[in-house]
Write a protein that binds this ligand. Structure first.
Ligand code: MIG
Length: 747
């Protein structure tokens, strides 16, 4: 094993000759030295030649991280598996979902981070078999070896470890501003008219919205990079019409390419050997034939995204869409999900014949049923194809967790290249550490269950630790029928989630904001408007988080010292000024909230103009909260900035409202840029630095405006609503003329 110091607090341990997964961006010219152990762990090989790391756990040791996994925020006491999986049943015992994020923090007397950069299967037992032991097993590859890089990340606390980890793997991509708005989806809005109707309803009900999604049915016969003329007519004209109306279209692109003579994408891929090839796991050889599976289009070839040339080809396929102004997409099924293969089907027929020929029939049905349902996403199939990793034949199973990542890389590359300097938006179902640099992630096929709101709350915190700041679930659940209250409560969490999208499965009940009754529509409208009112705060905070490599959503125990925080997983920090504490159980009309470490300004909001606010000392309280209300808490000596919402994120106002509880002093820097291009990277942005200083029961305000590189200030007036330590509200208003604020006026 080789050891290399990558920075003051990151050490790389290399076993064998690992493939470059693309996860890390930090390189070092430090030379490597030999070493025989990884600190904190004992390493050995089990009987199967898999690599096993183990570590004793102290009684109160917590384990964090692992990104998109079920279970608690503290991962202790459960088993997890990094092996990307299209599983639409997120029941509590499931070990793996669509993404693999093998980064963890062990938090005891000693606190450190561990990142296992291994693209094959990893099984993590976080104190399940034995409560006092964590074991991490890396499954050997087809050659009976485990080649991997392992990183130990130090830092003086959990937040710093995460920050250091993010310097290793990079900050997430910066979406366009509209992506922070509300997004509407369903499987499917199958025709242009269906989409138009949805857009019209948003206006009719006066509910802000920035995007509408196109699921499978916009394509011609599920052929990727085609559009159905029958259902969408002139697609370019349609896209233009929607954009002009203020809605971004987000079409779906799956990896699988329909096998069909004459279909250009297939013909090109086939002619150039761009598809994954069949592989014989025993002989470790490829037959050279294209690997064919069944997915939505029927017989489907799988692009070999592990190959740079293939990525280049795929990237350019997006060009035709970018040219008509469509540069936002979602990439689905990229684990990759395989319904079945011909080989799998043949096995099934053999089983059928065998069962049929039994002379002494028993519980035959179960043999048939298990065999049939086991055909989808079958591990044996993942061993039956391979990649050409720039000259080297690699069995898919050994790099399984990189397939979605590399599809995203290809897509992002194309979208960026063909967007004429505009920011793209890309959403993916599958991911690996590193794909956050290229796109966002949604958490797959959850259900309209109350149990899944809490899964959402925990998962977004763990995903943020792994670099996936722009993440969110299908609200209010993908599968099953949602009830009205679920929509409301889930939206009230969703407005505090970076990615906010309503999406539903085929055949499920409608769940758009107006799908229930007038009262519910009103409550949903208020929640969504509140989200838009928060836009100056969200965009500023998000920009800073990306720039300074620190998560946007953080667990309480990462930010506060109160020992109770360690047990609180259903409250979280949304940026650094605001804590969300959502009501997440059916029929609940309130909940307990712990306010750690400092005083808090509690806001029981109904809409962005409502002002039911009160100052609380640290402690645990029960807050009543009607269905039309939601709770947020502004931290002592920090500021929260709002504006008035419009019909989408394009609405710009010239007035801000700043809310806070200031006992000493508080600062906030509002950041803004054009929201659509990368010009901000070249200095084209503006900042508005606000500082509130307590003076007895009054306060003073300074505002400093900075327009970099000619970018204009839009803000004409700032209204301060600041509570003092005694809980009294003092209002002030400042007029901005040009770049210098006038003297504060008392209202
Ligand atoms: O096999 O495109 O997670 O969001 O609506 C299901 C249809 C395929 C799964 C995605 C879901 C999407 C659906 N897809």
């Amino acid at each position: 094993m080789q050891r290399r110091q990558l920075s003051d607090n990151i050490t790389q341990y290399t076993i064998g000759k690992p493939l470059d997964t693309g996860a890390i961006i930090l390189r070092s010219d430090q030379s490597a030295d030999d070493c025989d152990r990884i600190p904190h762990f004992s390493a050995d090989s089990d009987d199967d030649n898999n690599l096993r790391l183990s570590k004793a756990l102290t009684d109160d040791e917590a384990i964090y991280g692992l990104g998109e996994m079920l279970g608690g925020l503290n991962k202790r006491g459960r088993k997890y598996r990094c092996y990307n999986n299209d599983d639409p049943n997120h029941t509590p015992e499931k070990q793996n979902l669509y993404g693999s994020h093998p980064f963890m923090i062990f938090d005891a007397d000693e606190t450190f981070g561990l990142f296992i950069d291994y693209p094959g299967e990893i099984v993590i037992d976080a104190g399940f078999d034995r409560r006092d032991t964590c074991t991490i097993e890396l499954t050997k590859d087809v050659h009976n070896e485990v080649n991997t890089n392992i990183y130990i990340i130090e830092g003086k606390n959990k937040s710093e470890i995460i920050h250091n980890f993010l310097t290793l793997v990079g900050s997430p991509f910066m979406p366009p501003k509209w992506a922070f708005g509300y997004q509407q989806s369903r499987w499917s809005y199958p025709t242009a008219d269906a989409v138009r109707d949805i857009c019209r309803k948003f206006r009719e009900y006066d509910i802000p919205c920035d995007a509408v999604y196109l699921d499978l049915d916009y394509m011609d016969d599920y052929k990727v990079f085609t559009t159905s003329h029958e259902r969408f007519g002139d697609f370019a004209a349609f896209a233009k019409e929607l954009l002009a109306d203020g809605f971004h279209l987000v079409p779906i692109i799956d990896p699988g390419v329909k096998v069909e003579d004459g279909y250009a994408v297939y013909e090109e891929g086939k002619a150039n050997n761009y598809f994954c090839k069949e592989y014989d796991y025993e002989d470790k050889k490829s037959s050279g034939d294209d690997f064919i599976a069944a997915v939505w289009p029927g017989r489907t070839a799988m692009p070999d995204f592990m190959n740079a040339q293939v990525r280049q080809w795929w990237a350019d396929l997006y060009k035709q869409f970018c040219e008509i102004g469509v540069n936002s997409f979602w990439n689905d099924m990229n684990e990759p999900a395989l319904f079945f293969t011909k080989r799998g089907l043949e096995d099934l027929y053999t089983t059928y014949d065998e069962v049929r020929s039994r002379t002494n029939p028993g519980l035959d049905f179960f043999d048939l049923k298990d065999k049939a349902t086991g055909l989808s996403n079958n591990r044996e199939d993942y061993k039956r194809f391979c990649h050409d990793c720039d000259g080297q034949t690699v069995c898919h199973d050994d790099v399984h967790n990189l397939y979605g990542f590399n599809m995203v890389r290809a897509s992002a590359d194309g979208l960026k290249r063909h967007s004429h300097g505009n920011r793209y938006f890309l959403l993916s179902r599958s991911s690996y550490i590193g794909s956050h640099r290229y796109g966002a992630v949604w958490t797959g096929d959850n259900q309209s269950w109350w149990e899944h709101i809490i899964v959402h709350i925990k998962m977004i915190q763990s995903m943020n630790m792994c670099g996936f700041f722009f993440v969110g679930p299908d609200i209010p659940g993908f599968g099953c029928d949602a009830d009205a209250e679920l929509l409301v409560r889930w939206l009230q969490v969703g407005i505090f989630t970076p990615f906010l999208r309503n999406h539903a499965a085929l055949f499920t009940r409608s769940q758009e904001p107006w799908a229930f009754d007038d009262e519910i529509t009103g409550i949903a409208r208020n929640a969504i408007r509140f989200r838009y009112a928060m836009m100056p705060y969200i965009y500023s905070e998000y920009h800073n988080c990306v720039k300074f490599a620190k998560p946007f959503i953080t667990p309480l125990s990462f930010a506060f010292s109160d020992h109770r925080c360690k047990s609180i997983e259903d409250q979280f920090m949304f940026g650094h000024s605001v804590m969300a504490a959502p009501v997440h159980s059916q029929n609940a009309r309130g909940r307990s909230v712990t306010l750690p470490d400092c005083k808090w300004l509690a806001w029981r909001a109904t809409d962005y103009t409502s002002r039911e606010m009160e100052v609380f000392a640290p402690g645990t309280y029960f807050f009543d909260c009607r269905l039309d209300q939601f709770l947020l808490f502004i931290k002592e000596d920090s500021l929260f900035v709002m504006t008035s919402p419009g019909q989408n994120t394009q609405t710009r106002t010239d007035e801000l409202t700043v809310i806070g509880l200031v006992t000493h002093s508080a600062e906030f820097t509002c950041y803004d840029d054009d929201g659509t291009t990368y010009q901000y990277e070249h200095g084209k942005y503006c900042t508005l630095r606000m500082k509130v200083t307590a003076e007895g029961s009054d306060y003073s305000v300074t505002c400093k405006y900075n327009a970099h590189d000619g970018y204009k200030n839009r803000i004409k007036r700032i209204n301060f609503e600041i509570y003092n330590g005694k809980g009294e509200l003092v209002r002030k208003s400042i007029k901005m003329s040009g770049d210098t604020p006038e003297a504060p006026v008392r209202r």
